[in-house]
Design a protein around this ligand. Sequence first.
Ligand code: TXA
Ligand code: MG
Length: 351
Amino acid sequence: MQTIRMDMREKTDPEMIRKAGEILQRGGLVAFPTETVYGLGGNALDEASSAKIYAAKGRPSDNPLIVHIARLEDLALLVTDIPEKALILAQAFWPGPLTMILPKSPIVPDATTGGLKTVAVRMPSHPAALELIQAAGGYVAAPSANTSGRPSPTTAAHVIEDLDGKIDCIIDGGQVGIGLESTIVDLTGETPEILRPGYISKAMLEEVLGKVTVDKGLTSEDEKVRPRAPGMKYRHYAPKAQMTIVEGEEDDVVRTIRELARKDTAAGLKVGIIAAAESAPKYSEGTVREAGTRSDARTIAVHLYALLREFDEMETDRIYSEAFEEGQLGDAIMNRLLKAAGHHVIRAEKM
Ligand code: TXA
Ligand code: MG
């Protein structure tokens, strides 16, 4: 299949959007930019389209898709109940990087929700995404537009790397704004629960909702306590290299990574280092990449996946990453880093 590329880096083009919408209406697949990461869109209400999405990504079919909408009034068709808290969240954070889990209505095919009785819904804020969803008829199922298991795409080039020839069309909107997938909140229980941390932090949610819990499966050391979002179980966002996160005081972390990089390099291994802008100049061996500055976590989030992909391309054998401060967006950054590293963390010893 020839994948059509539509260039909308400068501005969204209504004629091209109309064509891409038609492709979706006919059951085809269109990758598109959102403010978080690129999505791989198909008609959410059509079983065959969802099946095509799973096939193109090589994704396990028990891992449900997020349904993207462009207008709040379109939510009612997808769910059997809209709790008050969902309206509060929609008011506060939609359109934006927030996904809500709600009880699904029969119109949503099991193929879209991986057989679950709940459905994930999000209204993205990217203008091209909103226009595409409308042009497609209002309901676009879209996982991240990567091959299953690879880091999510933050540029159209990443999408092409993974899906060229496997999908009908890709809308190039340049680099995304946030770089990490949306926050997922489950609203089907008594207390809202975060199933995947993202740009919308626990503190931001609690400001409008009151108490919010975090899925214990995200942080538990116990193998039996699995994350509740099926997708968080898989070794995801994963680079090909063996990856280690080093935590501790900055000077200790730098010294520890320098020592590890020195040994690996001497053993003939290719080493990649992910560092904050503040400490990057302190490394001399290995390929050093600045993720962003510690004074603004957004600069780290937006570069993270591209760095992991770059290290894959260079066929790096070992990646060492500095740990970043938790709290707010830092929780999402560390969640993705930990997953990429298969939870392999070491503590830098004090001098
Ligand atoms: O930012 C995002 O959310 C991006 C953009 C494209 O919107 N999409 C995205 O989709 O990250 P995906 O498929 O890569 O991740 C969806 C996550 C998976 O972890 C999946 O298991 C979870 O949402 N999920 C979907 N439906 C669910 C449900 N009914 N219950 C629990 N988790 C669900
Ligand atoms: Mg994904």
